[in-house]
Design a binder for this molecule. Sequence first.
Ligand SMILES: [Zn+2]
Length: 94
Amino acid sequence: MDQLKTGKFIAAFLIPEGIWQLVTVLGVCIVFLIPCFYALKLEVSVGAYRCKNCGHEIVPTYSEALWAMHRGTTRHLKCPKCNKRTWCKKVIKK
Ligand SMILES: [Zn+2]
């Protein structure tokens, strides 16, 4: 019986702290992620990527850009023209 009481006491003591820790971690994640998502949205809206294989300019959708691997200004995208995945270099559209 005493063990159960101790267990309850520990749970009551730890759970709110656990929740606040979770809230803090989530809050920090959101604060850091929002500028990232916003930057990506801007990045997608201002340019296109040039296919290494055929030179076709790919304008990825937001979700395509989000899930595509990237290195600096190149992004690993599938070209709709030649159906090949290449490291496409960013080109700014005028
Ligand atoms: Zn291509």
